[in-house]
Design a protein around this ligand. Structure first.
Ligand code: OGA
Ligand code: MN
Length: 209
């Protein structure tokens, strides 16, 4: 049983620094293995109970399922669902406060979901911004797969501003963080089941008057 999800200051400092420049970072072991395993178990439990559903693209009226673009199953997190998911939300809150304190980003909330890619699933190259809503500011992805091998595919491929690409293995406990409007990215075809938690820190919207 984990007593606290608190992340060492050094890891937070590194994350904040690297979001400024180059605008993204990959932090292996950001979350303790025990906590990541509990989160993975919860996703599998919900999958067995039929509580994950085919992901949509876009939002509101534009939301539609398009498996040719993404084939993952998701479930949105709410506070109070399970102790494990609440620990993830507490850790995310710690991150949000660190980002606001250092970078004055005015991040107001997190929206987050589990994502399960069955074998053969992928998510084509995209940006994490909706056409009609630019509040998504920082993307975080926490991976929940033990002993991931290159042959398993399923890499996150980041398209960097200098034209190069950076591939990330979705290994248990690794956290990826990047500026949502900056980096197009894709999930390459996974050859085994691939689990993650994805979150977006939202900035406040325009004043409605
Ligand atoms: C997403 C996404 C990346 C990943 O859900 O928008 O790009 O590695 N996920 O799971
Ligand atoms: Mn994305």
């Amino acid at each position: 049983m984990l007593l606290s999800p608190l992340t060492p200051e050094t890891a937070l400092d590194e994350l904040v620094e690297r979001l400024v420049e180059p605008g993204w970072c990959v932090l292996p072991g950001f979350v303790p293995a025990e906590m990541a395993r509990e989160l993975a178990d919860q996703a599998r439990l919900w999958q067995n109970e039929g509580l994950l559903s085919l992901a949509a693209i876009g939002r509101g009226d534009e939301a539609q399922v398009r498996e040719a673009i993404r084939g993952d199953l998701t479930r949105w997190l709410e506070p109070g669902m399970t102790p494990a998911t609440d620990r993830f939300l507490a850790l995310s809150e710690q991150l949000r406060q660190a980002l606001n304190a250092s970078l004055f980003l005015g991040l107001e909330e997190l929206e987050s979901h589990y994502a399960l890619y069955p074998p053969g699933a992928f998510y084509k190259k995209h940006l994490d911004r909706f056409r009609d809503d630019d509040r998504r500011t920082i993307t975080i992805v926490l991976y929940l797969n033990e002993h991931w091998l290159p042959a398993d595919g399923g890499e996150l491929r980041l398209y960097l501003p200098d034209g190069s690409v950076q591939d990330v293995q979705p290994e248990l406990g690794t956290l990826v963080c990047f500026r949502s409007a900056l980096l197009p990215h894709e999930v390459r075809v996974a050859h085994r089941e691939r689990l993650s938690l994805t979150g977006w820190f939202l900035r406040r919207g325009e004043i409605p008057w």
